[in-house]
Design a protein around this ligand. Structure first.
Ligand SMILES: Nc1nc2c(c(=O)[nH]1)N[C@H]1C(S)=C(S)[C@@H](COP(=O)(O)OP(=O)(O)OC[C@H]3O[C@@H](n4cnc5c(=O)[nH]c(N)nc54)[C@H](O)[C@@H]3O)O[C@H]1N2
Ligand SMILES: Nc1nc2c(c(=O)[nH]1)N[C@H]1C(S)=C(S)[C@@H](COP(=O)(O)OP(=O)(O)OC[C@H]3O[C@@H](n4cnc5c(=O)[nH]c(N)nc54)[C@H](O)[C@@H]3O)O[C@H]1N2
Ligand code: SF4
Ligand SMILES: [Mo]
Length: 756
């Protein structure tokens, strides 16, 4: 790829503008990612961090990465946020895992070992376990940060090769409720809209997403949309007054966990003020009771009576007028786009809350037109492409197939060349249950890849016990030596990081983009696709389980997706090399990709002669479901002993456990350590001042954190970030999960505070 000096400067200027816009004012640093060396070549890739999936160009000189800028041809149009523009120091960090390491016994230190010894030890432990206890004694715990090819190979190896459905990953902690929402409402996972919808929307309904800190480049696009057209309206529904809410026309700071009541009340207003679109819902939707039994419009209207705005204002503790305003803005706008993330998903009613967002779009017909779409924001760079589309959760199979479906299992057995019946018919355990099984000793050997569960699982004291089972054998494929989970590893394998290997990331809009290899990994680090292939061979699996490289795995995955509703057969490696991302469905090499799914004339899976403009082909009768899901409170509501709500959130500068962003001095300085946000009212009651050390206590544990007293949290709510390994805040949270998605309720528990 050739880029002129002028393009380079332009790209850098954009990066600088974005860095400045992110509020940290470190534009100068973003300009020269390294020593000011002029790159000899630019290699195309994807940002390592969030599910926005910004395209990047990595500048390389003398085999070393020296600069980064936004890819002008990808959806981000050359923009990057500060984290993304400071990726080069992470890549070049001296603090890396550069050799396999092993403990000779539990409690002994990790010692460097050769790759051969590491792999043969691993294979003999796994083999012995499978022979003695069966395939369900081994497990894979993966990540939405692994490359698609790695996830595909691991899923195939465990489900098809070993015959266990013990395959799960951190998207369970993240996107599982969104998956459940899309599949129960529309029959198929993944948003039907695209990022370009932002440019056409006239109303944004942002609920449970701090877009400005968690998806900064998309937030920029929303803010620009409002700048261009001041008539655009933004509603933010979040109990915290976040940076996102600062551009809102209406900020609804409701009581945590009451979203379902709020959205039913909005539906009540829409229907009672006749702002709904009967022509749309009569044609494209049906009504169902919570238990799945069919109902009708009259049944829905009657159901909504318990959520009249005057009642719900009391439940949410907000002015009734806010509900009416939100409902009118949503329904009357020319095109409304909903955006949501963990405030909705990480809840014991996460799937139901997702359903209710879809309800609002279905009753108003705000769907399938440019700007009108229910769009779930994805957290990790490859949660969609690798884990969701790849079917690498314990109940799924690739490309929208499900473990309990005999036809789907038979299809995968045929595609993988396996005897019939090889894939088990029962789903494996979800994440929390998988670690419980490790603690009980039912799972003996586990691979943990590109995720740091010892910091990010809920109810950590309990999970640390599970990770400490003396009979277990835990393998971590981990790039950075300070990851908390390494304390529990028996074996650590050294991976090639980010652009030290090639592979595909699928971001939040069904867009697949290729990261090309830009630089060599440190000696001693191996691409994970090779590690998995080596492991499969040593486990005695057929050659089809060892991919010679990522491109070969990609080609097989294309064939597995072919002819399904996830069809991306047309995205050859060659095309991905040339183009900066393509959106599926994309069934043939001459297909341009699909911006809006389910829409005639755009989605190749909707017949050209279909009588209607939209067709929800994921549903047997083509009708999406308007669900009557009752609201109930959180798993642990505040009470006399623990009177406050406690929630957890991200900060713009850090990526999860900060093993990467913590290596960048500018980012570390901006947010060096954990804190607790407290509203001035609550602080005053407890005699706490800004900066005081505060004991935050829940039924599980207590931690001392410095107070940030501000109006960010509504009264009665406190909030903590989870990036700081010196303060493992997840010890405070409970491991209650949504019964449908099994996603933990990280967003709510009960707490009390006192001055330390
Ligand atoms: N800088 C940065 N960006 C990231 C990440 C990161 O670590 N750092 N991680 C990525 C990942 S994996 C993910 S999943 C996303 C997460 O992205 P977000 O979900 O946007 O981030 P969070 O800060 O976890 O939570 C969002 C908001 O939920 C609100 N909330 C709490 N309780 C409730 C409630 O009851 N109802 C509603 N409606 N809202 C509530 C919180 O106040 C918070 O502002 O970010 C991605 N982007
Ligand atoms: N309290 C609370 N807890 C939460 C959440 C919350 O909102 N609140 N959110 C949950 C959500 S949504 C998510 S997604 C999870 C995220 O939780 P995790 O996935 O556990 O956190 P990360 O820090 O992203 O872990 C990624 C790990 O991969 C390593 N790594 C980086 N690059 C590579 C590589 O190329 N190869 C390999 N093998 N390893 C690499 C990093 O060093 C790091 O240790 O946290 C969950 N936990
Ligand atoms: S918005 Fe997300 S993907 Fe884009 S540069 Fe920032 S961290 Fe990377
Ligand atoms: Mo996430």
């Amino acid at each position: 790829m050739k880029t002129s000096r002028r393009d380079f400067l332009r790209g850098m200027a954009m990066t600088a503008a974005m860095a400045a816009a992110s509020g940290t004012g470190l534009a100068g640093r973003a300009l020269a990612a390294d020593d000011g060396n002029t790159p000899e070549k630019w290699v195309k890739g994807v940002c390592r961090y969030c599910g926005t999936g910004c395209g990047v160009l990595i500048g390389v000189r003398n085999g070393k990465a020296v600069a980064i800028k936004g890819d002008p041809n990808n959806h981000n149009a050359g923009l990057l946020c500060l984290k993304g523009s400071l990726l080069i120091p992470v890549l070049n960090s001296a603090e890396r895992v550069t050799t396999p390491m092993m403990r000779r016994s539990k409690g002994a230190p990790l010692e460097p070992v050769s790759w051969d010894e590491a792999m043969s030890t691993m294979a003999s432990r796994f083999r012995a376990s499978i022979d003695k206890y069966g395939p369900d004694s081994v497990a894979w715990y993966g990540s939405g940060q692994c490359l698609t090819e790695e996830t595909y190979a691991a899923n195939k190896m465990f489900k098809g090769g070993f015959g266990t459905n013990n395959v799960d990953g951190n998207p369970r902690l993240c996107m599982a409720s969104a998956v459940g929402g899309y599949t129960t409402t529309f029959g198929k996972d993944e948003p039907m809209g695209c990022y370009a919808d932002i440019d056409s929307a006239t109303c944004f309904f942002i609920i449970g997403s701090n877009t400005s800190e968690a998806h900064p480049v998309l937030f920029r696009r929303i803010a620009r949309r409002k700048q261009v057209d001041p008539g655009v309206r933004i509603i933010v529904a979040d109990p915290r007054r976040t940076n996102t809410s600062r551009i809102a026309d209406l900020h609804i700071a409701f009581r945590p966990g009451t979203d379902l009541a709020l959205m039913h009340a909005m539906a009540w207003v829409i229907i009672n003020e006749e702002l709904d679109d009967p022509r749309f819902w009569q044609r494209h939707a049906c009504f169902k009771l919570a238990d799945g039994k069919p109902s009708d419009f009259e049944g829905y209207k009657a159901f909504l009576e318990q959520y009249r705005p005057d009642i719900v204002a009391g439940i949410c503790r907000i002015p009734e007028e806010q509900i009416r305003t939100a409902a009118r803005l949503f329904a009357e706008s020319a095109a409304t786009m909903s955006l949501w993330c963990m405030g909705i998903n990480q809840r014991i009613q996460g799937v139901f809350a997702n359903n209710l967002i879809h309800n609002l779009h279905l009753i108003t017909g705000q769907i399938g037109r440019p700007g009108a779409t229910p769009f779930s924001l994805t957290g990790q760079p490859n949660a969609c492409g690798g884990v969701r589309d790849g079917g690498a959760l314990s109940h799924l199979l690739p490309a929208g197939r499900a473990i309990p479906n005999p036809k789907h299992r038979a299809e995968m057995e045929a595609l993988w060349g396996l005897p019939p019946g090889r894939i088990k018919d029962k789903p494996g355990p979800h994440t929390v249950a998988m670690f419980e099984a490790l603690g009980r000793g039912d799972i003996k050997c586990m691979i943990i890849c590109e995720t740091n569960p010892a910091q990010t699982l809920p109810n950590l004291n309990k999970m640390h016990k599970c990770l400490s089972n003396p009979d277990s054998f835990i393998v971590c494929i981990e790039a950075f030596p300070d990851a908390e989970t390494l304390k529990y590893a028996d074996l650590v394998l050294a991976p090639a990081f980010w652009c030290e290997r090639d592979g595909v990331y699928g971001c939040g809009e069904r867009r697949y983009s290729l990261t090309e290899k830009a630089v060599e990994p440190p000696a001693g680090c191996r691409p994970t696709i090779e590690t998995l292939g080596d492991f499969a061979q040593r486990m005695g699996l057929p050659a089809s389980f060892s991919f010679p490289n990522a491109a070969a795995a990609w080609d097989e995955w294309r064939k597995v997706a072919r002819g399904t509703t996830y069809d991306f057969y047309g995205m050859t490696r060659e095309r991905l090399r040339k183009e900066s991302g393509i959106l599926w469905p994309c069934p043939s090499e001459d297909h341009p990709g699909t911006l809006r799914r389910f829409v005639r004339g755009e989605d190749p899976l909707v017949p050209a002669d279909h009588p209607h403009r939209m067709f929800f082909y994921g549903m047997p009768d083509g009708r999406a479901v308007i669900w009557m899901r009752p609201y109930k409170g959180a798993a642990e509501e505040p009470d006399a002993d623990y009177p406050l709500y406690l929630t957890s959130m991200r900060v713009i500068d850090h990526w999860h456990t900060a093993t990467m962003t913590g290596k960048v001095p500018e980012l570390r300085r901006a947010n060096p350590a954990a804190f607790v946000e407290i509203n001035p009212e609550d602080a005053e009651k407890a005699g706490i001042r800004h900066g005081d050390n505060v004991v935050v206590e829940t039924r599980r544990d207590a931690l001392t954190l410095p107070a940030r007293v501000s109006d960010v949290c509504r009264p009665g709510l406190i909030a903590v970030p989870f990036f700081d390994k010196e303060k493992l805040v997840n010890k405070l949270f409970l491991d209650a999960t949504d019964p449908a998605s099994r996603e933990p309720e990280y967003k709510i528990c009960a707490a009390r505070i006192r001055k330390a």
